[in-house]
Design a protein around this ligand. Structure first.
Ligand SMILES: NS(=O)(=O)c1ccc(C(=O)N2CCCN(Cc3ccccc3)CC2)cc1
Ligand SMILES: [Zn+2]
Length: 261
């Protein structure tokens, strides 16, 4: 199949000049999920998701993705169940994508790459007092990964896409009042889960990953709108925001569990 895009962080984005991998990291992300090596765990519960659309605050371009931030001052938008011992609060969601449809996702399934990947980022309010603190905690974070594939127009995503021209440049922000990210979830409950890390600096090994098996479908125009964003601030030489994914990391001594046979 197609070779994966060369990792272009180094020449595209200062954040990645170092592409520092946590020295001696043993649980880095993303990984290639080999379906046959994953182990069905009958003790995994269904994931329970309760997002309150009014906790949605704003969208902004942070210079490596566009991100939708949520009010995480109370247990209003939470997930629980699945592999989790308690509830986690939604803090933000963002995407990773490629310059063309042949690559873009961070995780892979049996070496299959998707054109984009959604990350819904949650933190543990039981063991941490803030998101920033949870980033440094072992299993302080839970990130749900959802693959995007080219297909039908996604009506729920379109509300987000319509706001992107307002956050074209790095460090621009636009109010985004009511949005329910549940509309971006596939209806299929199946997922894989493994212990990993942030895929951007500080790359801390604090993430329980939950990767949904079934992708959601978005259309070509919607993907192309992602690719109109810029890594660069207004007034700088324009650099299109594309290929903002981290290269695959070694599985090392980890087992990926599946919630399905
Ligand atoms: N792709 S992901 O693994 O799902 C993911 C999840 C959460 C975050 C995230 O919100 N933060 C905290 C704040 C911002 N920092 C910026 C920064 C911090 C230190 C040195 C360089 C850059 C990034 C990490 C990033 C990526
Ligand atoms: Zn991410």
């Amino acid at each position: 199949g197609l070779q994966r895009a060369p990792c272009r962080y180094a020449d595209l984005h200062p954040l990645w000049q170092s592409e520092l991998s946590v020295s001696g990291g043993t649980r880095q992300s993303p990984i290639n999920i080999q379906w046959r090596d994953s182990v069905y765990d009958p003790h995994l519960k269904p994931l329970k998701i309760h997002y309150d659309p009014t906790t949605c605050l704003y969208i902004w371009n942070n210079g490596y993705s566009f991100q939708v931030e949520f009010d995480d001052s109370a247990d209003k938008s939470v997930i629980m169940g699945g592999p989790l011992e308690n509830h986690y609060r939604l803090k933000q969601f963002h995407f990773h994508w490629g310059a063309i449809n042949e690559w873009g996702s961070e995780h892979m399934v049996d070496s299959k790459v998707y054109p984009a990947e959604l990350h819904l980022v949650h933190w543990n309010p039981v063991t941490s007092t803030s998101f920033e603190e949870a980033i440094m905690e072992n299993n302080g974070l839970v990130v749900i990964g959802v693959f995007l594939k080219l297909g039908a127009h996604h009506a729920g995503l379109q509300k987000l896409v319509d706001a992107l021209p307002a956050v074209k440049h790095k460090d621009t922000i636009v109010e985004f009042d009511v949005f329910d990210p549940s509309c971006l979830m596939p209806s299929c409950p199946d997922y894989w889960t493994y212990d990993g890390s942030l895929t951007t600096p500080p790359l801390t090994e604090s993430v329980t990953w939950i990767i949904k098996k079934t992708p959601i479908e978005v259309d070509q125009n919607q993907l192309e709108e992602f690719r109109m964003l810029l890594f660069t601030s207004a007034g700088e030489e324009e650099k299109r925001m594309v290929d903002n994914f981290r290269p695959l990391q070694p599985l090392m001594n980890r087992t990926v569990r599946s919630s399905f046979r």
